[in-house]
Design a protein around this ligand. Structure first.
Ligand SMILES: [Zn+2]
Length: 462
């Protein structure tokens, strides 16, 4: 069994920071100490660097068939880009085709990922058609496939959206078997109405994307799913929350001691809706749902991280190249929704969060890794640096500055919404299950190194 010793780092977890060494055998951390002198096959000097648990991005879409095309990163290119930035595990969405089974979706996502992914991966199961047949599949999905999280879309009417009855019945079923409901919260009917109204008025530019999806659509749906989950007694996670109005619904729920788990994405913390109002077709680069919001919403989201109202910062990584975006050049509603993000999430959260004094180092680890592992049944195998855990470690140099550009990133996308951004701090090396996967920009592992991660049932004690 090969061994690796990482010396002289500052080990940071969600709760602790200390100077020390990490000794790894095979895929696992076997010893932590102030000064270890184990002989190892390989020794890395991490002087001046932080050692963070490998990043977990709990919201990605690789090779997603969507809006008449496919997202442009495969499991291979997308997870490798993640490793370059320090993300070692993803949770992608196996999305049911309406009229088809959940099992078929999961098989399809295994076909895309198995033998291809470079980083580790798990799946959420997105339920787009909840009926008596689907209901029967739930226990097997949880117990056999190791998938505890089930997503519902409250928007994308006619393609992915379920109604409240389907959602409520799904929740009741999940309570029985140890699952958790996750939801895309936007009022799909309200959005549909506004899209149609704008198109009828000849308003076709990218800016009408955000003008068709006001914050109230998201706040209403967030409040509704929180109430349904409360009534069903079902653990509840809201994906990609963007705005103050929706956070207010979460805060209200805490007054009755309801635990609502909330994800936001790095772009909602850092980018705002003014990008939709740029000249020409530029705004298409950030057409995603929900849309970017106002600066006051960014401030509310940063505050909510520190108030423990937001638990995870993901990406909703769903890249499309500009020639794909151009499917909507005459009609904003045909612009494929999504943007690239997986590669820079960890570095941006460090630079804009820790370096700029908005969040602590421990909070940074909590929202980029630890809580996602706890919520989705991967802890303590993933999400921390501890004896017995997988040796997934970012060696992060806080002194290196770099500039984000589509010319140098590893995602399969010909633009970056962060083009030209100066970033403080860089992932120097990424260790995945005891192997140095990326070192100084060089990939040292390839397609098929990534493993599927079956997950445990939702554990309310974490
Ligand atoms: Zn998504």
């Amino acid at each position: 069994m090969s061994s690796l010793l990482i010396k002289h780092g500052t080990i940071v977890t969600a709760s602790d920071s200390f100077q020390g060494d990490v000794y790894i055998e095979g895929e696992k951390v076997v010893q932590l100490g102030a000064s270890l002198d184990n002989s190892a096959d390989q020794t890395i000097d991490a002087h001046g660097c932080y050692l963070f648990p490998g990043g977990i991005d709990a919201h990605t879409h690789m090779e997603l068939p969507f809006m008449g095309t496919f997202s442009s990163d495969s499991f291979e290119s997308g997870t490798l880009a993640g490793l370059h930035g320090g993300t070692t595990s993803i949770v992608d969405f196996a999305i049911q085709t309406q009229g088809d089974s959940l099992e078929a979706a999961i098989q399809e996502w295994h076909r895309k990922a198995d033998g291809h992914a470079v980083g580790d991966y798990a799946f959420h199961c997105a339920v787009t058609d909840f009926n008596d047949e689907t209901r029967k599949e739930i226990p097997r999905i949880i117990d056999h496939h190791g998938i505890n999280s089930f997503k519902t879309f409250m928007a994308y009417k006619g393609a992915l959206m379920v109604d409240d009855r389907q959602m409520f019945e799904l929740m009741k079923e999940l309570v029985k078997h140890g699952g958790i409901i996750t939801s895309h919260c936007e009022n799909g009917d309200m959005v549909d109405h506004l899209v149609q109204k704008h198109l009828e008025e000849g308003k076709t530019e990218p800016r009408y994307h955000v003008l068709s999806r006001p914050a109230i659509c998201e706040a209403e749906a967030s409040g509704r799913v929180i109430d349904l989950a409360w009534q069903a007694g079902c653990p509840n996670y809201i994906v990609h929350m963007t705005c103050e109005e929706a956070l207010e619904r979460v805060r209200t729920a805490t007054l009755r001691n309801q635990r609502v788990l909330v994800e936001t994405c790095v772009q909602y913390l850092l980018l705002d809706e003014s990008m939709y109002f740029q000249d020409g077709f530029e705004g298409a680069k950030v057409v995603m749902s929900p849309p970017l919001r106002k600066p006051k919403d960014q401030e509310a989201l940063w505050a909510a991280i520190n108030q423990n109202l937001v638990h995870h910062v993901a990406t909703d990584h769903c890249p499309f190249c500009m020639d794909q975006k151009e499917m909507g050049i005459d009609n904003f509603s045909r612009i494929p929704n999504g943007a690239p993000g997986i590669e820079h999430r960890v570095e941006l959260m460090y630079s804009e969060g820790v370096h700029k004094g908005r969040i602590s180092l421990n909070k940074f680890v909590e929202v980029t890794s630890t809580l996602a592992a706890k919520i989705f049944g991967l802890f303590p195998r993933k999400g921390t640096i501890a004896v017995g855990a997988d040796a997934d470690i970012i060696i992060f140099d806080p002194d290196v500055q770099h500039t984000i550009s589509a010319k140098t990133h590893h995602m399969n996308c010909d633009y970056s919404a962060y083009e030209g951004w100066q970033v403080q701090g860089k992932t120097r090396s990424t260790v995945l299950r005891g192997m140095v996967a990326v070192d100084d920009g060089q990939a040292l592992v390839g397609a098929g190194y990534g493993q599927y991660l079956p997950r445990g049932k939702f554990n309310p004690l974490y």
